[in-house]
Design a protein around this ligand. Structure first.
Ligand SMILES: Nc1nc2c(ncn2[C@@H]2O[C@H](COP(=O)(O)OP(=O)(O)OP(=O)(O)O)[C@@H](O)[C@H]2O)c(=O)[nH]1
Ligand SMILES: [Mg+2]
Length: 358
């Protein structure tokens, strides 16, 4: 399951976003450090393909792909050294696939900002510095062990070199995802769960007014994001949408020119950023969406269904979901020759409907 951690300064709208995404009842209050224990929520990814295939196959069960969101306490300067609520919270997001950084761009005199000013670019620097410091600490711990073994052990010596390289880069105030790594180094960074090596997505939290005015980040802010993907979102409005009836939601979305919900946009960006795709299975029992990596051969993708499938895979029938829908069903698609039988060398595609033979 795709897992996303939400970080940012206190009181910038992280829990508001979390709640909008997950509709889980959590504390949202206008004071810093409202969130202490992390909120964890699992969301079904809305998917029209699943909906359509359920009707086509008359499936008893409908199962969407899921994404987990983890909302942690606000970070402040010195968080990595135990300042504020401390790096304890960073441990809660060590294992996530991607980090969503919520940045306050909205103006609202009634909502306190910990630095009493609105400066999203500077806020990003503060948060990234904390993530960098947390990584430096992780690296230092590992380097201690590696140094002890390095004299007798070549692998440990190579590891120590890699750790030095990471430390030097981070020491220059830059995040690790901007550093070129060889396979060995990349494996080490992954094993250590280094935070700044993860994919970042910035949610620029803007006001309803900014949304209507077509607010865009300036170059300084774009530079601060290191050109990582960013989304403009009014978290307060997203929360309202998530609590509205279908009809109200449509009205609000038209009023604010929103083609899609924040959840959809965020998940799409997450999938793109992480190089993920969705494939499907459908039948009378269930229709279900699965997640794989772009470029995966089909046996590897089939691991999502069952870990044994990678080894046991013999062949698969595949068809694009839309083609299947237009054909009116699996049998007529087969009669029309639209179903492809593929082997282990087939690369899975976005929107493939598959039937795996083992
Ligand atoms: N005006 C405005 N207020 C917002 C927006 N998003 C959040 N807020 C308000 O900001 C305050 C803090 O929101 P939270 O979501 O609790 O912020 P947080 O980042 O989780 O804060 P901590 O858990 O304390 O770190 C609440 O009063 C929200 O209603 C927004 O888009 N516009
Ligand atoms: Mg919160």
């Amino acid at each position: 399951m795709l897992s996303i951690g939400i970080v940012g300064l206190p009181n910038v709208g992280k829990s508001t976003l979390f709640k909008a995404l997950t509709n889980v009842a959590v504390d949202i209050q206008n004071y810093p450090f409202t969130t202490i224990d992390p909120n964890v929520g699992v969301v079904a990814v809305p998917d029209e393909r699943v909906d359509a295939l359920v009707l086509l196959s008359n499936s008893q069960k409908k199962i969407y792909a899921t994404v987990e969101f983890i909302d942690i306490a606000g970070l402040v300067k010195g968080a990595a050294q135990g300042e504020g609520l401390g790096n304890k919270f960073l441990a809660n997001i060590r294992e996530v696939d991607a980090i969503v950084q919520v940045v306050r761009a909205f103006e609202d005199k009634n909502i306190a900002h910990v630095h009493n000013r609105i400066d999203p670019a500077e806020d990003i620097e503060i948060i990234n510095t904390e993530l960098i410091l947390a990584d430096i600490e992780t690296i230092a711990k590992r380097a201690e062990t590696a140094a002890r073994k390095a004299k007798a052990d070549k692998t440990a010596a190579a590891e120590l070199n890699a750790l030095e390289k990471f430390k030097k880069w981070l020491g220059g105030g830059k995040i690790l995802s901007q550093l070129e790594l060889n396979d060995e180094e990349a494996r080490l960074a992954k094993e250590l769960n280094l935070l700044t090596r993860k994919k970042f997505i910035y949610v620029l939290n803007i006001s309803e007014r900014q949304l209507l005015a077509g607010w865009k980040p300036d170059q300084g802010l774009l530079d601060a994001t290191g050109n990582a993907p960013h989304l403009m979102m009014c978290n307060k409005l997203e929360l309202l949408l998530s609590e509205s009836t279908e009809e109200e939601r449509k009205e609000f979305m038209a009023e604010f020119n929103l083609p899609e919900s924040g959840l959809n946009r965020l998940i799409k960006t997450g999938y793109e950023t992480l190089g993920l795709l969705t494939f499907l299975t459908t039948g009378e029992d269930e229709t279900r969406a699965w997640t794989a990596r772009i470029g995966d051969f089909i046996p590897k993708a089939a691991r999502a269904i069952h870990t044994d499938f990678e080894k046991l895979f013999i062949r698969a029938d595949t068809i694009n979901w839309k083609t299947l829908l237009e054909a009116g069903g699996w049998n007529s698609a087969r009669e029309k020759g639209l179903i492809k039988t593929v082997g282990r060398d087939y690369i899975i595609n976005e929107g493939d409907v598959v039937e795996i033979k083992i």
